[in-house]
Design a protein around this ligand. Structure first.
Ligand SMILES: [Zn+2]
Length: 202
């Protein structure tokens, strides 16, 4: 089971790298093991060429279990998500050009999407007519502060599918790795459409 989980992260890394969404060792990925631990990617590894040795077991406080490796600085965001929602089984964080640019083009706390057929790639959406809000958190190098922003936002309104960090990238999740991959692919597609629409309107 654990081997399946670690391979699901390695496969996701290869796929995400092929999309160009995690350049220069950016991004990080994780998969829930049980109610208190998860596998996360080690810091500084190229995400397109991960091996089982690049994965670290952590608890939901971000503390490393049985490893000399350093986890990604953003591990706390992953573990905060697992602690916030028992249904989250996998989290993918990318640094794509589209997420980085679009999150800087929108000044508001939420990016609003509507009218796109591809909204149906996000669980629970059955029509293009719904309005979908994707939260944009402010970027900081203080990961505890960013995790706190996420937790206090969630306490007001639980988030679905993913959130953006301004000028930084996208976090997306799912019940399992398969759903997390669908969500990140769907969101990246929707963001690319929205960026193009905004540029055309200028
Ligand atoms: Zn990042």
């Amino acid at each position: 089971m654990s081997e399946l989980l670690t391979h699901s992260i390695i496969d996701a890394g290869r796929w995400i790298d092929a999309q160009g969404w995690c350049p220069a060792t950016g991004g990080n990925f994780s998969a829930r093991i049980d109610s208190s631990t998860a596998w996360v990617t080690a810091s500084g590894r190229h995400k397109g060429a991960l091996t089982p040795d690049d994965l670290i077991k952590v608890d939901f406080d971000g503390q490393v279990i049985d490893s000399a490796l350093t986890p990604s600085a953003e591990t706390l965001l992953h573990t905060a998500l697992y602690a916030l929602d028992d249904n989250i089984g996998a989290v993918l964080h990318t640094h794509s050009v589209t997420s980085t640019v679009l999150s800087r083009m929108v000044a508001a706390d939420y990016l609003t999407l509507s009218g796109y057929e591809m909204q149906k790639s996000l669980s629970g959406n059955h029509t293009h007519n719904e309005q979908i809000g994707i939260r944009i958190l402010e970027n900081t190098q203080d990961m505890r502060a960013l995790a706190q922003q996420l937790t206090s936002t969630w306490a007001r309104t639980p988030l679905q599918w993913g959130f953006l960090v301004r000028g930084h990238g996208l976090y997306a999740w799912g019940r399992d790795m398969k759903e997390a991959r669908r969500h990140i692919e769907g969101l990246e597609f929707l963001f690319a459409c929205e960026r193009e629409m905004m540029l055309l309107k200028k």
